[in-house]
Design a protein around this ligand. Structure first.
Ligand SMILES: CC(C)(COP(=O)(O)OP(=O)(O)OC[C@H]1O[C@@H](n2cnc3c(N)ncnc32)[C@H](O)[C@@H]1OP(=O)(O)O)[C@@H](O)C(=O)NCCC(=O)NCCS
Length: 170
């Protein structure tokens, strides 16, 4: 059987892209329940494009759409050179729930890692997993990540811990 076409495309925050990202976020309600205790808000798509790590410029922020046969099924948020010059922080990798657990997240992640490997001076990818979303930890371990530490995390009504993991990509 022919493998379905999976592609990552850099998004620039155009209106149509924001509404597609918003749709994909709304198609993954469990993630939002886990990390915020609530469903995604109508502004979350827009915020994915506007949120930026402290001290960083937009030239180092990347939002990708994950496309299956040219239809957006997921999104990625990345910050290059954060928290230090040789590290990329992966803020979010998310697939619509009806596309999860079919091997597509692993395929999308591998493409992302290949892209990041092409970036000058980058040696590591770092992610943070909230304990309230611990169900995704096995995925990251399978992608080659190892745990570096845990610290308390508070956002709105959510009080949990964040587990930092990283992977060397040298
Ligand atoms: C995390 C996520 C991107 C993984 O993508 P996915 O397509 O569901 O995962 P895959 O089907 O590609 O799984 C790849 C491997 O990880 C394992 N895995 C994935 N999710 C898992 C889970 N919840 N529990 C246990 N194992 C899991 C799979 O069993 C598979 O292992 P295998 O290769 O031995 O079969 C996806 O589930 C998602 O979008 N979740 C919601 C958003 C989210 O929480 N993102 C992470 C924020 S840190």
């Amino acid at each position: 059987m022919k493998k379905e076409k999976l592609e990552l495309k850099i998004l620039e925050g155009r209106e149509g892209e924001i509404s597609e990202v918003q749709r994909v976020l709304e198609e993954s309600p469990n993630y939002f329940i886990n990390v915020s205790g609530d469903f995604p808000s109508s502004e979350d798509g827009k915020e994915l494009f506007s949120a930026i790590a402290p001290g960083k410029e937009f030239q180092d922020k990347f939002v990708f759409g994950i496309y299956l046969n040219n239809y957006m099924i997921g999104c990625i948020d990345l910050c290059r050179g954060f928290p230090n010059a040789s590290t990329v922080t992966l803020g979010l990798l998310l697939l619509s729930e009806n596309h999860q657990r079919k091997g597509l997240g692993a395929r999308a992640y591998k493409k992302l890692e290949e892209t990041v490997k092409g970036w000058k001076n980058i040696k590591k990818i770092r992610i943070g997993v909230l304990v309230s979303n611990i169900e995704v930890l096995p995925f990251w371990k399978k992608m080659g990540y190892s745990e570096k530490g845990r610290k308390p995390y508070k956002h709105g009504d959510t009080e949990t811990e964040v587990i930092t993991l990283d992977k060397s990509i040298d």
